[in-house]
Design a protein around this ligand. Structure first.
Ligand SMILES: Cc1cc2nc3c(=O)[nH]c(=O)nc-3n(C[C@H](O)[C@H](O)[C@H](O)COP(=O)(O)OP(=O)(O)OC[C@H]3O[C@@H](n4cnc5c(N)ncnc54)[C@H](O)[C@@H]3O)c2cc1C
Length: 430
């Protein structure tokens, strides 16, 4: 983002909405609010704080949302991105998922999903987070959103008119007031803790080892979900590398005690270990990029709204990545929140009122319950070597493969199409 866009704080000390965290979720919310109010009149004064400097070059370190990972976007997310106007800029970097193969290493039984059979252009898309960052942040430059970066919010407290926010910018402490504060500062949210919002944490005792790999044959837009003796593994189709070779993004869940060794291994050793675990159904791995490790735990905030306050994205719910649902769920939440706030603003209601925010939360309740439950069940079922779980897994895969209506229901769920889209996303054409 251009330096010129970074307004000096102090220009406005009062805002309508302050978003803490310019990651994928905070940026998407800011964009939805800014784009939505074009037709609604009554401009909202919106400020986004981001603690880490945005990278200006490809070699600079990246902030959490825009790091070396890739994200599997559901088809429903594509519709929402179309509504936000970011899809045209992202489409060239998005690798469509034409097929999904779910299998269990060392056991018979593979369930296959196919975009053509489901009558959709793709079952989903895989995009590198770096590209997602550009697609979400660049359009904000043209919107009436103040982006304050790098600036760290250090504390917040309730005041009669909303929330008072304290932050550090260029070595100095400042504060501003806002009618509504949205906490979108990620899974290890410091602000959530400072405001004494407790969490329920479930450590998975696993680490996600993430890397991009080149293959010796075309991936044919196939995504693999493979259940190995170490834990679940996803291999997702990416766009080609510079040499025109097929590339895939790996998310390999391994027991915590194995992670360091895999992260530090020589490339050739790592690829051999992966090949031994994954097998050869995607071909041979011929090159591997940087590896990163993410210790995995489910974190659920016990409160998501208070008067003048919303907790959003990973700060509200951090999930196991195996089902690829975390961002997709959070984006639906951001869109519902934007819709609710814009409506309140248009009707001259208080955007920080508890009843407005509770309406937002109740709209999300079923989606969150179902999506979090689905992620959890998949994780438990596919991480356990216990005989009963292995048996249940095979029965599930077999049932999925043989019973077409069940497969369709599963596909709709994986594509994020079984949830009513927020109103803004419904017009998105495929
Ligand atoms: C290995 C892995 C793979 C995944 N794959 C998928 C997938 O395929 N599909 C999917 O849907 N989801 C996936 N997810 C989940 C997805 O990455 C998260 O849901 C998403 O990154 C959440 O974004 P966020 O903006 O809420 O949080 P973050 O990405 O953590 O962003 C928070 C931002 O807030 C900033 N910040 C923090 N504190 C402050 C402060 N005090 N002041 C100002 N700024 C602050 C941070 O610098 C950061 O930029 C995956 C997760 C992992 C770990």
């Amino acid at each position: 983002m251009a330096e010129s866009h970074i307004d000096r704080p102090g220009m406005h000390t009062n805002y309508d909405i302050v978003i803490v965290g310019g990651g994928m979720v905070g940026a998407a919310l800011a964009l939805a609010l800014a784009r939505g109010q074009v037709t609604q009149g009554q401009p909202l004064r919106i400020l986004v704080f981001e603690a880490l400097a945005l990278p200006q070059t490809a070699t600079q370190p990246l902030q959490p949302s825009y790091d070396a990972r890739s994200t599997a976007l559901s088809l429903g997310t594509r519709h929402l991105f179309e509504y936000l106007g970011v899809w045209p800029g992202l489409a060239a970097q998005a690798s469509p998922i034409g097929h999904i193969e779910v299998s269990d290493r060392g056991h018979l039984g593979t369930a296959r999903l196919d975009a053509v059979k489901e009558r959709v252009p793709a079952l989903g898309y895989v995009v590198e987070n770096r590209s997602l960052g550009q697609a979400l942040l660049a359009p904000l430059e043209h919107e009436a959103v103040t982006f304050c970066c790098p600036a760290e919010v250090v504390a917040a407290q309730a005041i009669p008119a909303g929330m008072r926010i304290e932050y550090e910018y260029q070595g100095e402490s400042h504060c501003c007031d806002s009618r509504l504060l949205v906490i979108a500062d990620g899974g290890r949210s410091g602000l959530r803790e400072q405001l004494q919002i407790s969490t329920v944490e479930t450590p998975y005792q696993q680490c996600a080892v993430v890397a991009n790999l080149s293959l010796d044959r075309p991936h044919n837009h196939t995504a693999y979900e493979r259940f190995t003796d170490t834990g679940p593994m996803a291999l997702l189709p990416l766009t080609h590398d510079e040499q025109g070779r097929a590339r895939s993004a790996l998310v390999w869940s391994v027991p915590l005690e194995q992670a360091d060794e895999l992260l530090g291994a020589e490339d050739a050793v790592f690829m051999q270990r992966l090949q031994d675990s994954f097998g050869y159904r995607a071909g041979r791995f011929v090159a591997v990029g940087e590896r990163h490790g993410y210790p995995l735990k489910r974190v659920l905030a016990s409160e998501q709204v208070r008067t003048g306050l919303v907790v959003l994205g990973n700060a509200a719910h951090a999930l196991h990545p195996v089902a690829g649902q975390g961002f997709n769920l959070a984006l639906r939440g951001a869109m519902v929140l934007a819709q609710e706030l814009l409506q309140a603003q248009a009707e001259r209601r208080d955007i920080g009122a508890l009843e407005t925010l509770q309406r937002f939360q109740s709209q999300l309740h079923w989606d969150q319950t179902k999506t979090i439950g689905f992620s959890d069940r998949v994780t438990q079922l596919f991480s356990s070597p216990a005989t009963t779980q292995v048996f249940a897994r095979h029965l599930g895969l077999l049932g999925l493969e043989l019973f077409a209506p069940l497969k369709h229901v599963f596909a709709q769920s994986a594509m994020g199409l079984d949830m009513p889209l927020p109103a803004q996303g419904r017009s998105g054409s495929v």
